[in-house]
Design a protein around this ligand. Structure first.
Ligand code: GLU
Length: 405
């Protein structure tokens, strides 16, 4: 919220609107009783927060993780609001989560948990009200269960209630790769802006999931050199460049990078302070902090994850002259193609992959330019500029609609 406050101050936001935008619209907490394979019942806790719906249906992922808390979901739902506004999608922002360790659940347990959670939050779900998507530890299969559960309750198939679905049931081509592709596009824009070549640019990527692994592959294809990757098991550094196909094959076989021999082992913290041109944190929140920010040596940080940098680290990175592409811009490629998926579902007409990718490139490039222009105009960093742009868009709609009292 300190970033929100700073942008609100620069925008001279009126006090009433400031108060409205500082609060989530709706917070739902549900108990999720789940029948386990051993015949016993476990009760998990689930959340769904609709932060703001002034610009359109709430939009945001669902994560399954032991770290999930209501506070975290609220912050993530607020970020979704600013993210959708920064790339100018007609959506508000939301987020959901269930406190669980999905790696310890069988496929059957995961399905029952997903369906019961969906039933618990069903009153807010819908193509016109709240549209979930994948996030940390959820995927296409989980989205298929959400869609099916919702459809069973509605008594007809509703594809547009969720995005990030399998392509066979109304998903969009290019959605799976979209967040990583968006990171690649804005990283190239940043390099262009800074007068740095793409060829040979060295990159360290934290996180080898849907965002990090795809961003790494696409950036390598553009001529960059990925010198370090990591996942929960730690980091792997190779000065000559990581063999990404070997890393992907390893992950496929072992469900993670543990035991990967294609680089020297380093810790996740070491990865953040490597001497590279670009740092791409694509795992969890709060990894670049006021404690380690002074040791970051990259020239550019592309925030593939949501909230990888704490507010306390921002000024340290600024002082060092590090160009940060903030999360609400850098990882907006995912929700942008979610928007395309929702549009395709509602129109019942599906686009080819080239159309999806071209439209994504258009939106990401334009949004990067919009934020850069604002940052120059107000002499602020890219993060503050992104907040200013998105808050002013949301505020404008609130002013037009008025407060219903
Ligand atoms: N979970 C992704 C994010 O944080 C995607 C959200 C969506 O597509 O709705 O941006």
């Amino acid at each position: 919220m300190s970033r929100f406050d700073r942008a609100a101050e620069l925008l001279d936001l009126e006090p009433g609107l400031y108060k409205v935008l500082r609060h989530p619209e709706k917070q739902i907490i549900v108990s999720v009783p789940t029948l386990m394979d051993n015949g016993e019942v476990e009760v998990f806790t689930g959340y769904r927060v609709l932060y703001n719906t002034s610009r359109g249906p709430a939009k945001g992922g669902i994560r399954f993780d032991l770290q999930v808390t209501l506070e975290e979901v609220k912050a993530l739902a607020a970020w979704m609001t600013w993210k959708c506004a920064v790339v100018n999608l007609p959506f508000g922002g939301s987020k959901g989560g269930v406190v669980c360790d999905p790696f310890k659940l069988s496929a059957g347990e995961l399905e029952r948990l997903t369906r019961r959670y969906t039933a618990g939050i069903i009153a807010t779900l819908g193509p016109d009200s709240d549209v979930p998507a994948p996030d940390v530890n959820t995927n296409e299969r989980v989205m298929a269960w959400v869609m099916d559960t919702y459809s069973m309750h509605m008594r007809h198939t509703v594809t547009a209630v969720v995005t990030g679905k399998p392509v066979e049931m109304g998903g969009s081509l290019g959605r799976r790769e979209a967040t990583g592709r968006g990171c690649m596009i804005v990283t190239k824009e940043a390099l262009k802006h800074l007068g740095m070549p793409v060829q040979g640019t060295t990159i360290a990527v934290q996180g080898f999931g849907n965002v990090g692994s795809i961003a790494a592959q696409l950036l390598q294809r553009e001529g960059c050199k990925i010198v370090a990757i990591s996942d929960k098991s730690g980091g792997y550094y190779n000065k000559g460049g990581i063999d990404l196909s070997a890393a992907l094959a390893h992950v496929k076989q072992h469900r993670g990078l543990e035991g990967f021999r294609g680089g020297d082992q380093i810790s996740n913290d070491d990865l953040l302070t490597l001497d590279v041109d670009v740092l791409l944190p694509a795992a969890l929140e709060n990894v670049i902090t006021s404690k380690n920010a002074s040791k970051v040596r990259a020239r550019v940080i592309c925030e593939g994850a949501n909230g990888p940098t704490t507010a306390g680290a921002d000024s340290v990175l600024d002082e060092k002259g590090i160009f940060v592409i903030p999360d609400i811009l850098a990882n907006a490629g995912g929700v942008t193609v979610s928007y395309f998926e929702w549009v395709q579902d509602r129109g019942g007409y599906f686009w080819d992959e080239a159309t999806v990718n071209n439209r994504l490139t258009e939106i990401m490039t334009r949004s990067f330019a919009d934020v850069l222009q604002l940052s120059r105009q107000h002499k602020v960093n890219m993060r503050t500029a992104a907040y200013m742009l998105s808050i002013s868009r949301v505020a404008t709609v609130h002013r037009l609609r008025g407060i219903y009292a």
